[in-house]
Design a protein around this ligand. Sequence first.
Ligand code: ADP
Ligand code: MG
Length: 280
Amino acid sequence: SAIFPTPLETRIIAVANQKGGVGKTTTTVNLASALASKHAKVLVIDMDPQGNASTALGIRHGSGDPSVYDVIESRLEISQAIQQCPDFDSLKVLPASIDLSGAELELADVHERHYVLKHKVDAYINEHSSEFDYVFIDCPPSLGLLVLNSLCAAKEVLIPIQAEYYALEGLGQLLHTIGLVQKNFNRKLVVSTMLVTMFDRRTLLSREVFEEIQKHYPNIVLNATIPRAVKISEAPSFGKSIISYDPRGAGSISYLEAALEFAERGKSLKEQGSSRADME
Ligand code: ADP
Ligand code: MG
């Protein structure tokens, strides 16, 4: 089977799209699991108060449990709040609980409020860089302080795009916002990846959406697409990624393909000057 290259330094990826329900969490969980199943060392940071990524990875995250909220509030170190994913040895999770919903307001009058997560992640990764190849940050929808913190902590953005009629509509606004973050807060941020999700190869619409995105963002969109599959939506209720829930199904195969492509493209990321969001 294919060899997954390992990045030279830890890649930190915010999975973002201000639209809800486009597959951010599903992509975070399954891409992270696909990479971990190939022995990459992965950390998932759940930045959505819903905690869906934590649930899907089989991680306890009740109100009051150690979580990313305690880290943001400087009550715990990342190392004290991290949990081991039961399904993959090399996959760790910094969970979120509903408590995190308070952070949006509480951060509002903190000094350097947009860099709070970045300072924590940088300090932790600097100390543990050999322990992580990838850090995925699952963003909530909307473009508030939790997302801003995620975009400041990341080096890359991965945008999942649902193959539907209005797919491109919110994209301009999202790229504009990312451009503002690049300009004002995080010069090194790169939109490295777009992934088309809930793709239905039988419909003309799905193919058109994919072609349209490919035309506008040729170096960014992955060739792999993720099919709409019932098993993908069932897996979280068992606390499982699709990789462990249905290892040989179409959903697993597509996320493994996407993961391989994502890993391979990481090699050329440094030379790739063309993927800034403000290129539009
Ligand atoms: P977001 O995090 O962007 O809000 P989710 O990843 O939670 O989106 O996905 C929204 C819903 O769509 C969830 O119920 C999820 O299970 C379902 N879903 C996501 N991707 C797929 C897919 N490829 N096939 C079928 N259902 C999917
Ligand atoms: Mg989500």
